[in-house]
Design a protein around this ligand. Structure first.
Ligand code: HEC
Ligand code: HEC
Ligand code: HEC
Ligand code: HEC
Ligand code: HEC
Length: 185
């Protein structure tokens, strides 16, 4: 049985505040997004500068699976980033003369993680679970993140706006009730 992860209390507080302020301002949308509507305004953003030039194309090409590095751990909201130890399994011996790999090895030695810049994000008041979408619903990573395995640098190439969530839910005949994503109870 899938155990539904608990929504963090801070998200509930934030959601309540957002809702209250929008209600007061009379700004709440009077209806949901039209079925099948597209995020027409979406323009992919360029890759942010990352602390290390990590290439998915190269590393996935070596045969690694997405979930080898992005382990969806309990409570399942995040896909997360691999710890430096995962990288050092190879880089203790591979490309040790590279300044990038030396930086990686130094972080690992100090017990620190690489401060990756997050590309995809939703606000705290939105309830989103990787565990649910990937493990329970069997939606592939690429549907929401594009052809990552072909990318040298990751950039946001798919929208994660409310309309994007809604239009996929609509296609899959999944719920679009407001409290599915903004309440969690
Ligand atoms: C060898 C480890 C490794 C493998 C395998 C791997 N990733 Fe990653 N992934 C990373 C690291 C490190 C980052 C952070 C640096 C970056 O953004 O490129 C990252 C970042 C990402 C991001 C950007 C997340 C964000 O918002 O910051 C996405 C999306 C992603 N990976 C998806 C995938 C998918 C899909 C696959 C399988 C096709 C995959 N990854 C395979 C290590 C890996
Ligand atoms: C399965 C083994 C393996 C793992 C695990 C692995 N790498 Fe690599 N990595 C390689 C290989 C092979 C190369 C290419 C080496 C070459 O160009 O000769 C490479 C190249 C790189 C480079 C480019 C180095 C340069 O200066 O050219 C970076 C940066 C890098 N890896 C970072 C990472 C990070 C960060 C992780 C962990 C998230 C990681 N790697 C995990 C095998 C691995
Ligand atoms: C249904 C859409 C969807 C699917 C499927 C999905 N993601 Fe995500 N991903 C998102 C959203 C939305 C975020 C932003 C989440 C947030 O900020 O809380 C995200 C964030 C991430 C991040 C940034 C770190 C984090 O955990 O927030 C990584 C890495 C990532 N996804 C990798 C993956 C991988 C790997 C897969 C497949 C195993 C995958 N995602 C499947 C929508 C998806
Ligand atoms: C690629 C399609 C797709 C996208 C994009 C998508 N979803 Fe879903 N989502 C689904 C499907 C399918 C279900 C499950 C339907 C079922 O099992 O009845 C689901 C279920 C859910 C659930 C209920 C399960 C749970 O986790 O408690 C929530 C909440 C949810 N999605 C939030 C979101 C949010 C927030 C976004 C956007 C950031 C999003 N979804 C984007 C397809 C998608
Ligand atoms: C499938 C998930 C999902 C459902 C269902 C959903 N939302 Fe959202 N909502 C989001 C996401 C993701 C965001 C944040 C991204 C954005 O602003 O588009 C958001 C943001 C919002 C915001 C803040 C907008 C802003 O600009 O700050 C309001 C208000 C809101 N939603 C109201 C609603 C209402 C009303 C409903 C029901 C008609 C609803 N939501 C249903 C996912 C959802």
């Amino acid at each position: 049985m899938h155990r539904r992860p608990a929504i963090p209390p801070t998200a509930l507080v934030r959601a309540t505040l957002v809702w209250a302020s929008l209600l007061c301002a009379g700004l709440l949308p009077s209806q949901t997004a039209a079925p099948g509507s597209k995020d027409e305004a979406f323009v992919p953003s360029p890759p942010p500068e990352q602390p290390l030039p990590f290439s998915h194309k190269l590393h996935v090409g070596l045969g690694a699976q997405c979930t080898d590095c992005h382990q969806i751990k309990d409570p399942g909201f995040l896909a997360g980033y691999p710890p430096t130890g995962t990288c050092m399994a190879c880089h203790a011996a591979i490309k040790t003369e590279s300044p990038h790999i030396q930086k990686l090895a130094e972080l690992d030695k100090q017990g620190k993680q690489v401060p990756w810049v997050k590309v995809y994000k939703v606000p705290d008041y939105v309830y989103f679970s990787h565990d649910w979408h990937y493990n329970e619903t069997k939606i592939r990573c690429q549907e929401c993140h594009g052809p990552v395995a072909e990318r040298d640098a990751i950039f946001q190439e798919k929208p994660v706006t409310m309309i994007a969530c809604m239009s996929c839910h609509d296609r899959h005949k999944a719920s679009t009730e407001c409290n599915l994503c903004h309440d969690g109870q």
